[in-house]
Each structure stands twice: as C-alpha cells, then as structure tokens.
Write a protein of this length. Structure first.
Length: 256
C-alpha cells in the first residue's frame, strides 16, 4: 500500500502558500445556483490545481468551482477550496480548506486545514487520523446526555430527507443531546473525528463536501451508519458516530 506522504506534503505546502498570497479584501460573488463563492475560493482552488497539473500531470481533478462535473476514477483529487464559504464571507471563523485523493478504488488521503483555528487534520488509509500531527482516536463512551450532535441540512432540494431528519432531531432531544449546526460539513466532520461531536448527520451529497472528513472519521475509528443495511456510499445521507454502541443507544426510545 502506497503511503502518499509526498502527496500530503505537496498539498500542505500548496495550501499554506495559497493562504499567504490571498488578497485581504475578498470579493464575494453569487453563483448560478445562488450559493456564494469568493475570490479566495477561486484563488485557492487555482493554486491547488496548478500544483496537481505540474507534479501529477496524469491525475484527475474533481473540484467544486472548476471541475464539478468530473467523475471519480483512480488518482482523482477532490478539492473544496473553502468549505463553509458563507461563514468565511461573513467573517465567521468556522471554515476549512479540504482535499482528498481517490486511488485504488477508494479514498486514500485526506487533508483539512482550518486557518482561523490553526488546526490541520490529515488521514492516510490504514495509517490513522491526525490533528496537527498528533494521532486522534474515536471515543468509546456510550453516554449521550449532553453530548454534541451536528445536523447539516435539510435543504429544499433534499425535501425527501426532511421527515427522517425531523425524527433524528426529536431523538437527539429525547436523549438530552445538544444540537449544533456550524455551516461547514468539513469542519463538523473534522470536529467529530477529533471527539468534539458525538455524531454528525448530513444530507449533503457533494463528494467534495464529504470525502476528506469521511476518511478522517474512518481512520479515527468512527462508525458510519449503513444505508439500508448496505455500506455507506458517497452521495448518500451520512450519519457518523464515535462508535456503534452510541448509535444503538440513540435508536432506543427515550422520553425526557
């Protein structure tokens, strides 16, 4: 199994260089789907793509702003230049730059950098998950009371998911869990891998939103809830927990 250390080093140095050359006055634009994009998103993505094309010219790219219609194939870089753009545009420091690499028919590398919080997460398949180069491991507690749970969505375009979301919101309340919505899938998945959240539920479907944090959680030892009794696949609703026992406890009926 390749260790992907060179790719990790290259993406880290590229992101750091891109941040150094950002314009202080970011321009905020509106995309066709009415989502925000900033000049910083475009600048960071351009720098990362340039590095990939220079150092890995035969690789493929799937990115939010430039190559959003590409499909996954071996040696595909998955790029979200700023996850949590609305937070970033509003000067809320909960956003991240996140990149993953898909190879050998699986996610093999993930990198998430939270500039405002000085946190850098990374994971390599079968080699563990790390925060600022310190290994992170999922928690084993079963207790749900007062634990944090993140919900991302539902959105109008995911209306079919709304009843299930409402069911889970009620269960979280019944178990005295504390509900949070931070506005960045990457940040919330990273926080779960670190142990801040007990669980994250999201209806977000874009691969660039999910892939980096998904590998991070898997490598930290977290539990990904199966979808209709089959292993979770990117593009489906994601429900991730610190451990399976917590999830089974969550499913139990409990009224406050």
């Amino acid at each position: 199994m390749k260790n992907y250390i060179k790719e990790l080093t290259d993406i880290h140095s590229t992101v750091q260089e891109a941040l150094k050359t950002l314009n202080e006055d970011k321009e905020i634009l509106l995309k066709a789907n009415e989502d925000l994009v900033t000049s910083s998103d475009l600048h960071i993505e351009k720098k990362i793509i340039k590095m990939i094309k220079t150092k890995y010219p035969t690789d493929h790219i799937l990115s939010e702003e430039t190559y959003s219609t590409e499909t996954l194939k071996n040696r595909t870089w998955i790029i979200d230049p700023i996850d949590g753009t609305s937070n970033y545009a509003s000067n809320l420091e909960l956003y991240c730059i996140q990149v993953a690499l898909y190879d050998q028919d699986d996610l093999v590398l993930s990198y998430l950098h939270l500039p405002a919080l000085n946190k850098t997460y990374h994971a390599i398949k079968n080699q563990g998950a790390f925060l600022n180069n310190q290994k992170i491991i999922s928690k084993k507690e079963k207790t749900l009371s007062n634990a944090l749970i993140s919900f991302i969505g539902p959105y109008k375009k995911d209306a079919q998911q709304e009843p299930l979301t409402m069911t889970y919101l009620q269960k979280a309340a019944d178990h005295n869990m504390k509900i949070r919505m931070l506005g960045s899938v990457g940040v919330e998945l990273a926080f779960m891998a670190e142990g801040i959240f007990a669980a994250v539920y999201t209806t977000a479907k874009n691969i660039w939103d999910i892939a980096p944090g998904l590998l991070l959680i898997k490598e930290a030892g977290g539990y990904i809830v199966p979808n209709h009794d089959k292993p979770y696949q990117m593009g489906q609703t994601l429900f991730a927990w610190q451990n399976e026992e917590q999830y089974l406890t969550f499913l139990e009926d409990k009224k406050r």
